[in-house]
Design a protein around this ligand. Structure first.
Ligand code: IMP
Ligand code: MG
Length: 174
């Protein structure tokens, strides 16, 4: 079986949109510091590109989560593989994700973070698949709404491959 990648969002389109979203975030948090939480591993490329373009003071922390159960569908029960290094009390927390799909992982994660009493808690995602939503999650910043197709690149993988592609592509198996 061969895998081909069809470009959905080019490198230029993604970069341009990140510039716009970073400007909006910098405006919204004007005069404040934002604490970015990168959700590993998929969120790492987007977090770096976004962080470089923010004009407000930024601090960063990293979390790694995985959902228990079947590999293709998230169960909603999330296992924390790597926890935060610092507490969140009083911080303006912005969670940075690669994609919001069913919303199960995020809904669990946001509840977990909210319990640490941040001053504010928002969510920013590179990609959003609205058709796939099972759990309602409020996403504050969305770079792109995409159709229900399996995508790779810019941090997103298929069997751990393609994370390093500088664009977003749809994987086609034939
Ligand atoms: P959710 O709990 O269903 O929202 O799961 C979101 C997670 O599923 C993401 O953080 C990704 O790791 C993974 N995921 C969902 N859709 C895709 C996709 O199209 N390509 C690659 N990974 C995906
Ligand atoms: Mg993810």
């Amino acid at each position: 079986m061969s895998e081909t990648i069809r470009v959905l969002l080019s490198e230029e389109e993604v970069d341009q949109r990140i510039v716009e979203v970073a400007a909006k975030i910098s405006e919204d948090y004007h005069g404040e510091q934002v604490h970015l939480i990168c959700v590993l591993r998929g969120g790492v490329f987007f977090t770096c590109e976004l962080a470089k373009r923010l004009t407000i003071p930024v601090s960063m922390d990293f979390m790694s989560v995985s959902s228990y159960g079947a590999s293709t569908k998230s169960s909603g029960v999330v296992k924390i593989i790597k926890d935060l290094d610092e507490g969140l009390e009083g911080k303006n927390v912005l969670v940075v994700e690669d994609i919001v799909d069913s919303g199960r992982t995020l809904s669990y994660l946001l509840e977990y973070l909210r319990n640490q009493r941040p001053n504010s808690l928002k969510l920013c995602t590179l990609l959003n698949k609205p058709e796939r939503r099972v759990v309602d999650v409020n996403v504050d910043y969305i770079c792109f709404d995409i159709p229900d197709e399996f995508v790779v690149g810019y941090g997103l993988d298929y069997a751990q491959k393609y994370r390093n592609l500088p664009y977003i592509g749809v994987i086609e198996l034939d």
